[in-house]
Design a protein around this ligand. Structure first.
Ligand code: SF4
Ligand code: SF4
Length: 176
C-alpha cells in the first residue's frame, strides 16, 4: 500500500521540549540559540555553542549559544510558555539541520517527535512529509542552518562547546 505524504500536525505533547540534550561519545549539545535569542532564558542556563577562530585568541567569534537544560524551563503543563517568542530551533522542529558526509547541510525530520513516531509506526517506517504543511518550519530551518553552514564553511577554525566537559572541541569532530 502506498501512503500519501504526512500532513504534519503537532500533538502539543511537549516531548520535544523534554529532551534538549544530545549526547554522543564526542560532545554533549544543548538547544542551539542565536546570540539575540539568549535573552529568552536565564543567563545562568546559557553557554556558548559554536565559535569561529581560536577560543584562546582575540577575535574569536561566537556565532551561537546553547541551553544547558534537558527539560526546557519554559515548558509549562505540556505547553510552551513563550510560544510567540520561541527560538528559531523550536520553530523549525520537527526538522533539524544535519551535516552530510560530503559536508553539505541538509535537513532531517526527527523521528523522536511523537506525531512522526506514530505516523511512522502506522506506515511501517516509510513515509514522506508534506512540505506544504511545514512552511513555517522550513523557513525557520533555513535560518537555523546558517549556524552549521558557517561552521562547515570555516571548518579549520570552527569549534563547538562541549557541555559535558565544559570546554571547546573541534567542530570537525562532529562531521560524519
Ligand atoms: S522554548 Fe518552548 S518550544 Fe522551545 S523547547 Fe522551550 S518550551 Fe519547547
Ligand atoms: S514531540 Fe512532536 S508532536 Fe510533540 S510537541 Fe514536539 S513537535 Fe509536537
Amino acid at each position: 500500500m502506498s501512503w500519501p505524504p504526512i500532513e504534519f500536525s503537532c500533538l502539543r505533547c511537549g516531548e520535544c521540549c523534554r529532551r534538549l540534550l544530545v549526547d554522543s561519545q564526542l560532545v554533549r549539545k544543548g538547544l542551539p540559540l542565536f546570540p539575540e535569542e539568549r535573552g529568552l532564558f536565564p543567563e545562568e542556563l546559557i553557554r556558548p555553542g559554536v565559535g569561529i577562530g581560536h577560543p584562546d585568541e582575540p577575535g574569536f567569534r561566537i556565532i551561537s549559544y546553547q541551553l544547558t537544560q534537558k527539560v526546557c524551563p519554559h515548558l509549562c503543563d505540556g505547553s510552551c510558555g513563550i510560544w510567540d517568542m520561541r527560538p528559531t530551533v523550536c520553530r523549525a522542529y520537527p526538522y533539524m539541520p544535519v551535516i552530510t558526509q560530503g559536508g553539505y547541510v541538509t535537513r532531517e525530520a526527527s523521528l523522536e517527535c511523537t506525531s512522526l513516531m506514530m505516523e511512522a509506526a502506522r506506515r511501517h517506517g516509510a513515509f514522506d512529509l508534506d512540505d506544504g504543511s511545514l512552511g513555517e518550519e522550513i523557513e525557520a530551518l533555513r535560518r537555523l542552518s546558517e549556524i552549521p553552514s558557517e561552521a562547515v564553511g570555516h571548518l579549520d577554525e570552527a569549534w563547538i562547546y562541549d557541555l559535558k566537559r565544559g570546554r571547546w572541541a573541534r567542530f570537525e569532530r562532529l562531521r560524519p
